[in-house]
Design a protein around this ligand. Structure first.
Ligand code: GAL
Length: 834
C-alpha cells in the first residue's frame, strides 16, 4: 500500500496554482500516468482486478488515431482523414485521502471522442456519446477513501464513418478531479451578465447555482468579489441563503462597477469574479469565473456593433485538429494558431461544427477574438452512416444545454449556432417528425415549442425543431443571438421559415447578399461560411487569371494527377468563391455583419476536390503545418494596419515558362517590378482590385518589387532564383518555453543556397533528433498527400519548408534539436525549458 502516495496532497503541493485553501475546493490535474490499450478484444477493461502491466503508460490529452500512418482502407476514409478509429481503454489508479470522506469528488472531462463510458472501482458512473461536449460525474459514492481506486474509461470510435472531417479518438481534452465540501458551487455554476453598461458604471448580475449535499439544513453566506486586471477589488457583495438538505438553489446578486473597462478586440479586458460560500463563518467553497463587460448588437442595415462601434466580423472557420498533434488539445498550439490568424487580421473564429475545447475560448477572451460557438453538424438527418444523428433525439437537449452553460460567461462568445447545413433545411417531410412531446419533457416542461402559432400549424416539423433548439439556447442564455449556417434555398428553408433565428446565417450564396434585407427585413445577417477556395502552399498554375473550378459541378468527379491546387487565388470549389471575389462583395455592404471563411487552417480529412491519396484539406489560408499560403497577405493588406508588400510566386522556374507575378500591397499607390534590374512596369490597384500582376517570361535572377507612395519608395521586396542548397536553416517560434511538460516550440526548417536564398522547391528528407528535456511531438510540411505518421521524427521538406514540434518533458533545462538533411548538412538549435 505504501507505494501509493496520497496524491491529492502531493498534487496540491506540486501544483500550487491548481489548489486553493484547505477549506475550499481542490482542482487537481488528472492527466498524467494513465494506462492505455487499443484493443476491441478486451472483454472488460473496467474490472477492478486486471493485469495492465503490458498496457502503455501515457499522459492525457491523447489522440490515438494520429499515431498511425495514413491508409486508404481505414473506414473513416479520406474524408475522415484516412486514420484509424477503434476501441480504446484508459485506466488509472489513484489514492483518495481519508480526510476527503466528508467531501464531494467529481471527475471532469472536457471532451472524449466518443461514446465514452466511465467506471469507478468497477461500477459504471456514466455514458456520454457526444464526442465534443464537456461532462462531469459525481464519483463520491463509488470511491474508497484512504485507499486506492481505479477509474476506467472505454472510448468507442469503432463505427466509421461517423464524421465528415477528422475527429480523432480518445480522451483528447483535459481531465481533472474536483474536490469540494458538501456545500459547493455546481459545475458551470455561475452565470454573469451585464444588464446595464454605461461609461460611469456597469451592473454585473451574478447568478450562482449552489448545492447543499448534506443531510442538514444550512444557511449559506454567498460572497462575490470582483477583481480588475490589476488584482484590485472593484466591487463586492454578499447575501444569505437558506438551503434545505440535498437541494440546489440559485442566488442572483448584482454589483456595480465604477468606470467599467470594456472588453474589446483591441483591449480584451477581463474581470475576475470570486464567489465564496461560507457556512457558520467557515469558508466552504471558492469558485473563480472570468468575464468581460461588452455590448454586442446586430443591426439589420448596419451590421455588427461592439461597444457601440461598428465592427466587420472578419472571421474564419476552423476544425478542432491541431495538425500533427491530431486533436489532443494543447494550449500553446491553439495560441499559435490564433497568433498566426491575428497577424492576418482575423478577429473572429467559428468553432465548426462542434463545441470547442474550453482553452480555445479562454484564449479568445484573452487575445481579443469574437466567437461563433457552434453545436451540431447534423440534427436528426444523418450526413455519414454512424454520426450523431442517431443520438440526437435522446441527447441534444442535454448537449446543447451543457455547451451553453459552460461557455456563456466568455465575453468572446457572441453568437450561438445551433447547426451547420443540417439536412432539415431541405424541407419538411413527415418522416422527419420531431418527437415534440419528448423534447418538451426534456426541457422540464418549459413548453418552448407549443405556442399559439404552432397550434395553428403555422410551422412545419423542421421549422418547429429549429424553434425548439433556438428557444432552448435562449432559455439558457438570452444575451446572445442564435443562428444556424444554412445553404438551402431561402424561400423554402424551414430554418428561416421558423422565424426563430435571431441572425440569418448563410453559407456561400454571395450573389444573394445584396438583397438579403429585402427578404428578411427584420433579421440581421451574417455570412456563417464563405469562400471554400482551394490551395496547395507553394504550387502555382499559370496563367493565374484562368479560374479553376474543381470539380466543375459539385456532383461531378474531379481528378488531376498532381493532387494539388494552385496557390494563386484562382482555384475554388464549385459552391465557393475566390477569396478576392468574396471579400469585394462583403466589404461593400454594411448590412453584412461579416463572415467566417472556410477555413483559417487546413485540417485533416475532407480533401476536396480530391479523395485518397489526399488526406487533408486544401481550404486553409494557412496550411496544416501553420505556414501561410499567399492569400494570407491579401487579407493582411486589407484587414490590418501592417505595411504589406507580398510578391509571389518563387523564382525557380524553367526556361520557356511564362509566370504571373502577383503583388498584394497596401499604403502605396503603385508598385514597380524589376527583373534583373530591368523595369517590367508600374502597376496600381484600381478601386476594386486587391492585387496587381505582371506576366513575365522566366529568366533566372532577381525579381524586385518597389512600392511607392507619391513617388517615394516605402517598401521593397526581392525574390532570387535559388541555387543548390548548402545550408540548413532552423527557426524556432520561441527558443524559451515553459518546463511544464506541455509547452511547445515550433521549429521551421528551410534550406539555403550559397548566397543565403531559400530554396523554394526543396523536398529533401529531414531527420530530427532531440536531446535534453524534450521530444518531438509531431512533424509536418503541409503536404496533403503524404502518408507517413505525423508523429514520426522525420519529414520531407515540401515546397521548401517543414516543421518539427518540440515538446518539453516536464523538466527544466536545455533541449537540443538536431536536423539532419541528406546531402545538405546537419544543424542544431538550442531551446530552453524554464
Ligand atoms: C460546407 C460545409 C463545411 C465544409 C465546406 C467545404 O458546405 O459546411 O463543413 O464541408 O462545405 O467546402
Amino acid at each position: 500500500m505504501k507505494k501509493f502516495i496520497p496524491f491529492l496532497l502531493a498534487l496540491s503541493l506540486a501544483l500550487p496554482g491548481f489548489s486553493v485553501q484547505n477549506n475550499s475546493r481542490k482542482v487537481i490535474d488528472f492527466n498524467n500516468n494513465w494506462k492505455f490499450c487499443l484493443n476491441d478484444t478486451i472483454v472488460d477493461g473496467s474490472l477492478v482486478k486486471l493485469d495492465v502491466s503490458n498496457w502503455r503508460t501515457l499522459n492525457l490529452p491523447h489522440d490515438w488515431s494520429i499515431e498511425s500512418d495514413f491508409k486508404e482502407d481505414f473506414p473513416a476514409s479520406a474524408g475522415g482523414g484516412a486514420l484509424p478509429g477503434g476501441l480504446g481503454w484508459y485506466r488509472k489508479t489513484f489514492f483518495v485521502d481519508k480526510k476527503d470522506k466528508q467531501n464531494k469528488v467529481f471527475v471532469e472531462f472536457d471532451g472524449v471522442y466518443q461514446k465514452s463510458k466511465v467506471w469507478i472501482n468497477g461500477q459504471l458512473v456514466g455514458y456520454r456519446p457526444n464526442g465534443y461536449v464537456s461532462f462531469s460525474y459525481d464519483i463520491t459514492p463509488f470511491l474508497k477513501f484512504g485507499s486506492e481506486n481505479v477509474i476506467a474509461v472505454r472510448v468507442d470510435n469503432t463505427q466509421q464513418p461517423n464524421s465528415r472531417w477528422y475527429s480523432g479518438s480518445g480522451i483528447y481534452r483535459n481531465v481533472r478531479l474536483v474536490v469540494t465540501k458538501p456545500v459547493y458551487v455546481e459545475q458551470w455554476g455561475t452565470y454573469i451578465t451585464t444588464p446595464v453598461i454605461n461609461n460611469d458604471s456597469a451592473a454585473l448580475a451574478i447568478s450562482t447555482n449552489i448545492k447543499n449535499d448534506m443531510k442538514l439544513r444550512r444557511e449559506v453566506k454567498v460572497e462575490q468579489k470582483v477583481y480588475d486586471a490589476d488584482g484590485k477589488i472593484v466591487a463586492s457583495t454578499d447575501g444569505n441563503l437558506i438551503m434545505l438538505p440535498a437541494t440546489s438553489k440559485s442566488m442572483l446578486q448584482t454589483v456595480q462597477i465604477h468606470k467599467p473597462i470594456r472588453w474589446s478586440i483591441e483591449n480584451p479586458y477581463l474581470y475576475k469574479i470570486v464567489t465564496s460560500l461560507y457556512v457558520q463563518g467557515l469558508l466552504k467553497d471558492e469558485y473563480v469565473t472570468y468575464s468581460g463587460i461588452r455590448e454586442i448588437y446586430f443591426d439589420v442595415t448596419k451590421g455588427f456593433f461592439l461597444n457601440g462601434k461598428p465592427v466587420k466580423i472578419n472571421g474564419v472557420c476552423n476544425h478542432h485538429d491541431l495538425g500533427a498533434l491530431g486533436t489532443a488539445v494543447n494550449t500553446r498550439a491553439l495560441e499559435r494558431q490564433l497568433e498566426i490568424l491575428k497577424g492576418m487580421g482575423v478577429n473572429a473564429i467559428r468553432t465548426s461544427h462542434n463545441p470547442p475545447a474550453p482553452e480555445l475560448l479562454d484564449l479568445c477572451d484573452r487575445m481579443g477574438f469574437l466567437v461563433m460557438d457552434e453545436a451540431f453538424d447534423m440534427w436528426r438527418k444523418k450526413k455519414t452512416k454512424f454520426d450523431y444523428s442517431s443520438d440526437f433525439e435522446e441527447w441534444h437537449v442535454r448537449d446543447l444545454t451543457d455547451q451553453i452553460k459552460r461557455d456563456r460567461n466568455h465575453p468572446s462568445v457572441i453568437i450561438w449556432s445551433i447547426g451547420n447545413e443540417v439536412g432539415e433545411q431541405w424541407g419538411d417531410t413527415p418522416a422527419e417528425d420531431v418527437d415534440l412531446q419528448q423534447a418538451n419533457i426534456a426541457l422540464n416542461n418549459k413548453k418552448v415549442i407549443e405556442n399559439e402559432d404552432t397550434k395553428k400549424g403555422k410551422y412545419g416539423k423542421n421549422a418547429l425543431l429549429t424553434r425548439h433548439l433556438a428557444d432552448l439556447a435562449r432559455s439558457i442564455d438570452p444575451t446572445r443571438p442564435v443562428t444556424a449556417g444554412c445553404n438551402g434555398t431561402q424561400d423554402s428553408n424551414p430554418l428561416f421559415q421558423s422565424e426563430a433565428l435571431d441572425l440569418i446565417g448563410f453559407n456561400y450564396h454571395e450573389q444573394e447578399f445584396a438583397d438579403i434585407t429585402k427578404r428578411h427585413p427584420k433579421t440581421p445577417f451574417i455570412v456563417t461560411e464563405s469562400v471554400s477556395s482551394l490551395q496547395t502552399r507553394g504550387f502555382y498554375v499559370n496563367p493565374s487569371d484562368k479560374v479553376l473550378i474543381c470539380p466543375e459541378r459539385w456532383d461531378k468527379p474531379y481528378t488531376n494527377p498532381t493532387q494539388k491546387c494552385s496557390a494563386y487565388d484562382n482555384c475554388r470549389a464549385p459552391w465557393g468563391t475566390l477569396h478576392e471575389d468574396n471579400w469585394r462583395i462583403i466589404k461593400q455592404y454594411p448590412h453584412v455583419s461579416g463572415q467566417f471563411i472556410w477555413t483559417g487552417f487546413d485540417y485533416l480529412g475532407e480533401p476536396t476536390p480530391y479523395w485518397w491519396p489526399s488526406r487533408s484539406s486544401y481550404f486553409g489560408i494557412v496550411d496544416l503545418a501553420g505556414f501561410p499560403k499567399d492569400v494570407y497577405y491579401m487579407y493582411q493588406s486589407e484587414w490590418t494596419n501592417k505595411d504589406v508588400l507580398h510578391i509571389f510566386p518563387h523564382w525557380n522556374w524553367q526556361p520557356g515558362d511564362t509566370v504571373d507575378i502577383w503583388a498584394y500591397y497596401n499604403k502605396a499607390d503603385e508598385v514597380e517590378l524589376y527583373l534583373n534590374g530591368k523595369s517590367l512596369g508600374k502597376r496600381s490597384k484600381g478601386e476594386d482590385d486587391l492585387h496587381v500582376m505582371w506576366r513575365v517570361p522566366f529568366e533566372a535572377g532577381n525579381i524586385k518589387a518597389v512600392a511607392r507612395l507619391r513617388g517615394k519608395t516605402i517598401m521593397t521586396k526581392e525574390v532570387n532564383t535559388a541555387g543548390e542548397p548548402v545550408t540548413v536553416k532552423l527557426t524556432a517560434d520561441r527558443t524559451s518555453i515553459k518546463a511544464d511538460g506541455n509547452d511547445l516550440s515550433f521549429v521551421t526548417v528551410e534550406l539555403l543556397d550559397k548566397n543565403g536564398n531559400p530554396c523554394p522547391l526543396a523536398d529533401q528528407l529531414v531527420r530530427f533528433n532531440v536531446e535534453g528535456q524534450g521530444s518531438i511531438a509531431g512533424t509536418d510540411n503541409g503536404d496533403q498527400n503524404n502518408h507517413t505518421s505525423l508523429k514520426k521524427p522525420e519529414r520531407h521538406l515540401f515546397y521548401g519548408k517543414c516543421l518539427a514540434i518540440v515538446q518539453n518533458n516536464g523538466e527544466a533545462g536545455k533541449i537540443i534539436l538536431k536536423a539532419d538533411v541528406e546531402g545538405v548538412g546537419v544543424k542544431t538549435i538550442e531551446l530552453e525549458a524554464k
